[in-house]
Design a protein around this ligand. Sequence first.
Ligand SMILES: Nc1ncnc2c1ncn2[C@@H]1O[C@H](COP(=O)(O)OP(=O)(O)OP(=O)(O)O)[C@@H](O)[C@H]1O
Length: 286
Amino acid sequence: MNVIRVEDLRFKYRRAERYSLKDISFTVKRGELLGIIGPSGSGKSTLCLTLNGIIPNSIKGEFEGEVVITDPRTGEEYNTKETPVPTLSTIVGLVLQNPESQLFNMTVEEEIAFGLENLGLERNEILRRLRWALEVTGLRGLEKEFPPNLSGGQQQRLAIAAVLAMEPSIIVLDEPTSQLDPVGKQEVLGLVSLLNREHGITVVLVEHHTDYILRYADRVIVMDRGEIVLQGAPKEVAEEADTLRRLGVKLPPALEVSHELKKRGVLGETVLTPEELLSRIGRPSR
Ligand SMILES: Nc1ncnc2c1ncn2[C@@H]1O[C@H](COP(=O)(O)OP(=O)(O)OP(=O)(O)O)[C@@H](O)[C@H]1O
């Protein structure tokens, strides 16, 4: 079942001269992890904003084509341009780059409960969702803390917890680790994998950490200047090393080695991870 269908999408911000998105078409199946990579300014954030309807409902401009979201729980389809953002946000949760921009400086539990109170849920339901969101994101014990006292990774996990409490079936994360130190990056990417694999949440992830995307994504989209220039399974996208390098996408070391060995005829196929590489060529003997 496709839960996201984007068809011939074009978008130009008001007063902008050029289109930020051009002829974008793709689908995402229920439970998939879609990775999006591409250079700065290629339209990744703009695309994220179209997936929960902020574009074109709150941020206006010239919008053509369609973004259709299906709620897998009911099978109901929502065309984003005809659906209010609050309705869409119970199906598609959006997590942004900078955790601070998404937090309101209440305690951890108040941050998570905030959106739920706005939904008008009963107290027991709010408590159930609060406990679940704290548990899944590993924030139990920090309920009474203030976000500025948390580490960057904890703050981003809190932003994810607040989104999760809405019980979306799809989460869109726009460079959630770019402001974080290596420990924070691991925490957040580990959580993203957990949500996708253990909780069946469909994930759209914009991430500069190409290593993670090629390892864990089911499908990858590469964007450049508002267009999709590559789209496919991680291996298919990884084959196009020249295009990726031209776009300044940093290739994981194992992939660079794999391309070199392929060129020299040592390896028959592209491999993505050090583990795969070692299993193909064997460990060097000491
Ligand atoms: N609010 C806006 N008004 C006008 N133009 C905008 C606006 N936001 C983004 N743009 C333009 O749209 C294009 C795509 O920007 P976008 O932020 O979506 O790219 P990105 O791939 O997410 O970049 P980054 O990796 O730097 O976040 C850029 O040319 C940018 O200048």
